[in-house]
Design a protein around this ligand. Structure first.
Ligand SMILES: N[C@@H](CCC(=O)N[C@@H](CS)C(=O)NCC(=O)O)C(=O)O
Length: 241
């Protein structure tokens, strides 16, 4: 059985879930919701960098979400048809990782307004570049004539932006079309309707992350050091996961 170990939420595991869905690989979300559960994974030697997510698949322990999506892309035929396509997939997926980081951090911002403003600014930087890339391909995909993992991670990131800023694709028709196409990919559509799809991250998720990692909460939370062992937690404050 394919098992994905992570916090109780989307976070850095979500691109892997979309790829598993596109590849029609059934999987179990294994919530790591206590410091002890994380310590047990580390002690078992399954986390080469001590970090989650962990994907157990094909008798392998995969670390690093970027490696997971590429492993699944190769397995599912989502890495383009030529070397040039594959190169574009990698370049776009790299840019998407930079773009998506802002959405990953949104729930950690002090206010909804500041999260939305940060997302709008990030979209102004990357959105037109992604839009131009799609506009330049008559097939409307990031690379080549078929869906690739670059399209899937881009659509996942756009979904996260849309959760916060529903009008963000108003002037980006090619991105809006790609987003719809990926959402309608049957495996992904089924996943998004399933109980395996976690809700958008809110304060509960931020608290969960701090509790499991035993780190300080962002400073705007009451008692931000509540999960920090001892009194020297200031240096450990998470502004990010
Ligand atoms: N580049 C890694 C980042 C992984 C990462 O930062 N994981 C966090 C949770 S979201 C973690 O395990 N932090 C604990 C640590 O770094 O010790 C990926 O995308 O998988």
């Amino acid at each position: 059985m394919t098992r994905l170990h992570y916090f109780n939420g989307r976070g850095r595991a979500e691109t892997t879930r979309w790829m598993l869905a596109a590849c029609r690989i059934g999987f179990e979300n294994v919530p790591v919701d206590t410091p002890e559960a994380l310590a047990a994974l580390r002690a078992a030697g399954k986390l080469p960098f001590d970090q989650m997510p962990l994907l157990e698949i094909d008798k392998l322990n995969l670390s690093q979400s970027t490696a997971m999506i590429r492993y699944l892309a190769r397995r599912g035929g989502y890495y383009g048809e030529t070397d040039a396509d594959a190169l574009w997939c990698d370049m776009i997926a790299g840019a998407v990782a930079d773009f998506a980081e802002t959405a990953l951090q949104a729930a950690f911002q002090p206010t909804e307004d500041s999260a939305v403003e940060t997302l709008r600014a990030r979209f102004r930087k990357f959105g037109p570049r992604f839009e131009a890339r799609l506009a330049g391909n008559p097939a409307g995909f990031c690379a080549g004539a078929r869906l690739t993992f670059a399209d899937i991670v881009l659509a996942e990131a756009l979904s996260a932006y849309l959760d916060w800023v529903p009008d963000i694709l108003g002037n980006s028709p090619h991105l809006a079309t790609l987003h719809e196409r990926v959402l309608n990919e049957p495996g992904i559509a089924r996943y998004l309707q399933s109980p395996q799809r976690y809700p958008m991250a809110g304060a509960d998720y931020v608290i969960d992350v701090a509790r499991v990692l035993q780190r300080a909460l962002p400073a705007h939370f009451p008692d931000p050091d509540r999960f920090v062992p001892g009194q020297d937690g200031q240096e450990d404050q998470i502004s990010r996961e």
